[in-house]
Design a protein around this ligand. Sequence first.
Ligand code: AHR
Ligand code: AHR
Length: 498
Amino acid sequence: MSQIAIAPGRILGTIDRKVYGGFVEHLGRCVYGGLYEEGSPLADERGFRKDVLALLREMRLGVLRWPGGNFASNYHWTDGIGPKDQRPRRPELAWGGEEPNTFGTDEFLAYCAELQVPPYICLNMGTGTLAEALAWVEYCNSARNTAWAARRRANGRDDPYQVRYWALGNEMYGPWQVGMMTAEEYVREATRWARAIKMLDPDAQLIACGETGLTEWDAVAIDGLAGLADYYSIHIYTGSDDYWTNLLQPHQAERAIAATAALIDRTAYMRGLRHKPAIAYDEWNVWYRTMTVDLAERYTFDDALAVATYLNIFVRNCSRVRMANLAQLVNAIAPVVTTDEAAAVQPIYYPFLLHARAARDAAADVHVEGPTVSPELPEGASRWTHRVADLGPFTLVDAAASVSADRRRVAVTLVNRSPDAADDARLVLREFAFADPVTVTTLTAAGHQSQNPGGPPALPGLAAVHLAIAEATAHGPVLALTLPPRSFTVVEAPIGPA
Ligand code: AHR
Ligand code: AHR
């Protein structure tokens, strides 16, 4: 039995909607044959798959990152504008494919407009030049009478797109990255780029490229760039066939956030900075089965519980994490998958959807007391080396809570990670009381149930989930609730003073 104390009056920070961000890369069938398929009966006249759009729209994404990832480091954006039949086909270096360039900047920005989501573009710091990056910013954002702004107009778009978010490269520390650099080289280059981009577009929000907050790269990059960058990015993927490793490894995100925040705070103190960069956790997911070619990961329900835990962590740490991007959205390590005939969802779709819908304006302090687990995690159980056993013990129930700005509504997201035991949980509001109606949405593995009842279908061969929505009765500040084993539960309710 767990007791979950929630303090709607103790605010941890406002929740930036960008923590419910997404990411699409030119990789496998994410763009081509995924969200974009010219000539498909399922696509609109622009080639946007309508079935995919419908599923992504439901996710209420707060920002959309593009065009990579590793792909970005050899992407020359001018290849992807203007008449499609004149766009060059190029070798793709990161994933070994060919890039037809029929989906480029104008298509991506039209896609964002369709989803009503702010765009976030990752600049090419591998083979790209600063001049090319500046031209890209000018093409997207300039209202003036200059050549690249004129080219945008000639390509059919009069108004500036107002792209706010620009990443200074992707994973420039890694040997898998085209144009990998040392941290010192990166600081020098990124400083040049940042200064010039801000001269061209003072509203540009720049995301510096970080690792996990725990490495030498991070110490050097944060010290060198904290005064210039608006965000500092970190990436971590997790996953394992071992149940506890898979379910608990997302907790290393908490350590990564704390470590990054500490480095930022130290630099801000030492250098007397007035503004500190926020953290952009701009790639995260469960990913460990398909590491090459198309990354067509097939997800299980346990992966969905790991995804729910990540989202709880971002909400709890929302004062520092102002952007987080599920990598990725379609076909490649993705909640949405397509065939020529249909689009469908994998289990990880649901925790994202439920979380993004339920989250209110600000995170409230939450404290869980109850059974814990500190399992022996087998060495080498995960392809990712991030250790996690040293962070335990972990409560079996992981929780986050948010409240509306007027403190009249609360949402609580609860992951019961016990593989076999239901938890008779007590939710207790501090200084507030529940009002009616209390809505409880419970996600469990489908078992022998039909596929995704009440939701979009799972394609044959994909795991499905079971979603139940019910009303519950609270008694003043206390709500008693049974959390099924291996479940994700969302409680939403009006609240008032106790
Ligand atoms: O999302 C897949 C890849 O993972 C991205 O291209 C890269 O940035 C990361 O290594
Ligand atoms: O699988 C290829 C690369 O391996 C990814 O881009 C990177 O994150 C990982 O180290």
